[in-house]
Design a protein around this ligand. Sequence first.
Ligand code: GDP
Length: 485
Amino acid sequence: MKTDTIAAIATALSDAGIGIIRVSGDEAIQIVHKIYQNKNNQYVLLDYQSHTIHYGFIVEKNGDLIDEVMVSVMKAPHSYTTEDTVEINCHGGALMMKKILMTVIEAGARLAQPGEFTKRAFLNGRMDLSRAEAVMDMIHAKNQFALRSSIKQLRGSVFDKIKLLRKEILYEIAFIESALDDPEHISLDGYQKKLSDQVCNLVKELERLLDSADNGKVLKEGIRTVIVGKPNVGKSSLLNLLVGQDRAIVTEVAGTTRDTLEETVNLGEFTLHMIDTAGIRNTEDVVEKIGIEKTKIISEDADLILYVMDSSIPLDENDVDIVRMIKDKKTIILLNKSDLDEVVDQSSVDALFSDVFEKKCSVYELSETETEQQEDVSENICMIRISAKENDGLDLLVDLLKKMFFHGLISYEDEVCITNSRHKEALLEALESMKQVQISLENDMPEDFYSIDLMNAYASLGKIIGEEVGDDLVNEIFSKFCMGK
Ligand code: GDP
């Protein structure tokens, strides 16, 4: 199939050491040939071998020099797009790159759309959709976790897993269909039990992948973290400590942090989008009340709540309100001011939670000796003693985050982790269809019922790797890519 030739600036449009203009398509080599000269002023690009790089110049039609460049030639099918591709490495500078791009376009290429190079790689069968999406994830990665999971996805971790699941489903569909076509030779006797076992396994696999999706997305995009607590307990001090600069104003007067402040903090594997809130306190002050309302709303969408308490002052009814507000959110209690005499201890915190939830609640206190253990902390309310003033206890916080968010992903090094919400949706659809098969089995429905739902599950999984997607979705996915990718 003949393709038109596209061109785009592939590097950032700002001053830099080099810039790259990428050209791909049937005419890529002929087009750049018209505007490239070697050091002896000869037009020789057509003579170059594939996968070679050459020194020379980009020139205008009248022979005027534009820039000194290195040009690499990659012939089909061994290129990113599988098409003939030329990359012009010029001096990095917005004006220079634009000028060269215009020259390439005047010579016969057209401007690429965002993501069009990768879209071509996908449409030409070089990579499936999950790998193409991994390319974009890698570019946008904000932390180590995101980077690692997208590299794994690019190497085919999601593709391989989905392919395997689809193969197993297809086997059952094929078996049912052949048995229905040829009942004399293929018997369905006892098949229901076998199918039921297989469906049960597939449901478990899908649920595992979906489990990974919950944490995977949060870890990739950053944990939306809300700091709550009464005024003066040390919320701003904690935020400042995490951010490493005096971003919030710390004062001795209760209620000075009026509105919310947001900061992004990278803690090793984690990115925390920290939201500091106005101190929560029953108040007549209108400005402060707005802050409190805002806290309640923000806390509802939070992935994690850091509830700061002042261990030197007794808990009171405001703490009861806070506990009611955070309800079943993933919460870490930071018992701050551990450098002062302690008034609030673990039993008072236990009692607070038990009162509000009207059942015995025990607060899990992480101490330094326990950091190596792998308890399941996800179901517990966890507490750490810290001193924001003396910078004490923050390493425990990082340990606890690991336990909470890598839970279920403990061996995430080897496991497939779903980080893309489109994949998650498709997995949910597949799970729904597989559960429908289970219902049909329980109700002893005719075999073609199973095969319809198995087909649906097969199709839903196909969406992840791009086998069952329409042009509209493909266009939408790639339109979110960067220019030149
Ligand atoms: P916020 O209103 O919750 O944001 O509290 P701030 O961060 O403004 O802190 C209130 C006061 O508590 C300030 O004077 C801080 O210096 C002090 N403070 C914060 N953390 C600690 C701590 O760990 N130990 C002690 N002794 N004082 C602290």
